[in-house]
Design a protein around this ligand. Structure first.
Ligand code: TMP
Length: 392
């Protein structure tokens, strides 16, 4: 593993602070990113124990995002029509935004964050409040093997990928399908979206890395959908090698070629990216310094884990911001890790109240700009760092 990026000492991204622990020392770790030339995997170099990140205090709820809810609904309809599964298993079922599209007797969830698992357990779903591993897989497969395993934005959070795929092989029927959805490394690099890297995102997968790793477990990608979610994601449809029911689509090769053409199999590409990240930091800081000098009122929009990486890396803290707006109930009244910026309950933006709004949730730009049409019309301005720092 060769290091190409150092994002400094960072707090745990989703550890929002209460007022009572605002002055306590926060846990920090060095957020560095490396590339493994043997399997093309890009991963963070120092990891945080899973129990410190995924526990009964997990703040992110999928159901609070309109975009995600809609995507899950459409995907569930597609799965039913195309594969007609008897049993569906979701790894990382969060608060049930995906599984609620299936009948309770046909769906199983796995969710180690107990606050989230309990939401779905209370509604009568079969949920295992555990981390995904082979022990759990054996327990589930004793009752029944499953036809579909779906996992969105979860497998990239698990360090031991051998454990993941072995467990999947145990649970999945011979003709079953694994649908895996995670941010795309190609999109991350193209957009200089270095904020895809934080403690939870141990890996940012490329198709070439996944393609190679899956071989070891006798699994293969047979179809890929490129999605807009989370700033650009890939949804991989994966089968066991022995399953000849599904042909490998030409689009798998197309995606592989696209990534190779871009250079995702070369260390030099990552070095170039790291230089771009550094100049992005300087540019963004300059924008904020200028606005501060001119006494502009700046707030943040979407107190995301991603903004935690950006603001801590660029050393843009509460001195620059009045506060952040966010719609997630758990985050309201708390403070962003590291930078200690207050998070307030979302209110529609008014240009008479704020001058500049930093887009923490840049991946929801379309949804946000639509919602804040009046603010923009009246001269309100946004600041973004993707694909390069600018005022919009
Ligand atoms: P994510 O980028 O990790 O999915 O998190 C999105 C965050 O942004 C989440 O805390 C909710 C917040 N958000 C808003 O506050 N307002 C919005 O309109 C949208 C789309 C998101």
């Amino acid at each position: 593993m060769k290091k190409f990026l150092d994002l400094g000492f960072q707090p745990l991204a989703n550890s929002y602070l209460d007022i009572k622990n605002l002055n306590k020392r926060e846990k920090k770790f060095n957020l560095s990113v490396g590339y493994n030339s043997k399997n093309n995997l890009v991963s963070i170099l120092n990891t945080v124990p899973k129990e410190q990140m995924f526990n009964e205090d997990y703040p992110y709820k999928s159901s609070e995002s309109k975009t995600m809810k809609k995507q899950f609904k459409n995907l569930a309809a597609y799965i039913k029509k195309k594969f007609d599964p008897k049993t569906v298993l979701e790894i990382g079922s969060n608060d049930g935004a995906f599984i609620k599209n299936f009948s309770k007797k046909n769906v199983i969830g796995v969710e180690p964050c107990k606050n989230l698992a309990n939401i779905t357990i209370r509604k009568g779903y079969k949920i295992y409040p555990n981390y995904w591993d082979t022990k759990l897989a054996k327990k589930i497969s004793k009752i029944n093997k499953v036809d579909i395993i779906y996992s969105a934005n979860t497998l990239s959070h698990i360090k031991n990928y051998s454990e993941i795929f072995n467990a999947i092989n145990i649970t999945l029927n011979e003709n079953g399908i694994l649908i895996l959805e995670d941010p795309s490394l190609l999109e991350c690099i193209k957009k200089t979206a270095y904020d895809q890297f934080y403690c939870e995102h141990i890996y940012v997968f490329s198709t070439i890395a996944l393609h190679q790793i899956l071989k070891k477990f006798n699994l293969e990608i047979f179809y890929i959908q490129n999605l807009d979610t989370h700033g650009g994601s890939n949804r991989y449809f994966i089968k066991k090698k022995s399953n000849s029911k599904f042909k490998i689509s030409k689009n798998v090769d197309k995606n592989l070629k696209k990534e190779i053409k871009f250079g995702l199999n070369k260390f030099s590409t990552y070095k170039k990216f790291s230089k771009k990240v550094e100049s992005s930091r300087i540019k963004l800081k300059k924008i904020f310094d200028n606005l501060l000098k001119n006494n502009k009122k700046i707030i943040g929009y979407g107190a995301t884990a991603k903004s935690c990486t950006v603001l801590n890396y660029c050393k843009i803290d509460k001195k620059y911001f009045k506060f952040f707006y966010d719609t997630t109930s758990y985050k309201i009244g708390k403070y962003l890790p590291g930078t200690k910026i207050l998070i307030k309950k979302y209110k529609r933006l008014k240009s008479s109240e704020v001058d500049y709004v930093y887009l923490g949730a840049w991946n929801f730009k379309k949804e946000i700009f639509k919602k804040e049409y009046n603010f923009i019309k009246n001269g309100g301005k946004f600041i973004t760092h993707v694909p390069s720092p600018k005022i919009i």
